[in-house]
Design a protein around this ligand. Structure first.
Ligand code: S3P
Length: 188
């Protein structure tokens, strides 16, 4: 577990120069990967890209529509291709969808070419945050709390392979972005 630390702008600049690979945020739906990612990229003065948004742009459909029209396997294949491209392009901060890092090929690529940061939090917070938007096809299949609990259990070992682990719980996203910076600083 990492606690937020105050950084001076010069310290953040120094850290940004030491980060020579994309920072890739992984973890369950609702943990805050996209919002934290945007704030992290702003702090590091680098670019931010969201994998789900890139998939939607490439397919010209929402993630829900892709799941509905073609199923999860088709979505996963597109997700794998998009992540490979984004890592190759060398973006500063990349937020993945919750299932991406569970794919062995994607996980190996991210671990080899990027810094994986696992954002982790308690189920109550995930349930509360995911309830705000109905954009997640996997949570429509039943009780969101039961599904998130099961996914946390199934995916935990894969997420634990990330180089950096940050437990956020219900901390504000700006604080989490600073916790990510300290955790990367400690890891580098
Ligand atoms: C998924 C997470 C979603 C999206 C898709 C599947 C998952 O992204 O990629 O609905 O398998 O956990 P977020 O984690 O950004 O919600």
């Amino acid at each position: 577990m990492t606690h937020a630390t105050a950084f001076t702008p010069a310290e953040i600049g120094g850290l940004a120069r030491r980060i020579d690979r994309p920072v890739v945020l992984v973890g369950l739906m609702g943990v805050g990967k996209s919002t934290v990612g945007r704030r992290l990229a702003a702090l590091l003065d680098t670019d931010f890209i969201d994998v789900d948004e890139e998939i939607e742009r490439a397919a010209d459909r929402s993630v829900s529509e892709i799941f509905e029209a073609h199923g999860e396997l088709y979505f996963r294949a597109g997700e794998r291709r998009v992540i490979a491209r984004l890592v190759e392009e060398g973006h500063g901060v990349i937020a993945t969808g919750g299932g991406a890092f569970v794919d062995p090929e994607t996980r190996a690529l991210i671990l080899d070419r990027a810094i994986a940061v696992w954002l982790d939090c308690d189920i109550d917070t995930l349930v509360e945050r995911t309830a705000r938007r109905d954009s997640r096809p996997l949570l429509r299949k039943g009780d969101p709390r039961a599904i998130l609990t099961q996914l946390k259990d199934q995916r935990g070992d894969a997420y634990a392979e990330a180089q950096v682990h940050v437990v956020t719980d219900d901390a504000p996203h700006t604080e989490t972005a600073l916790s990510v910076l300290s955790a990367i600083d400690a890891w580098l």
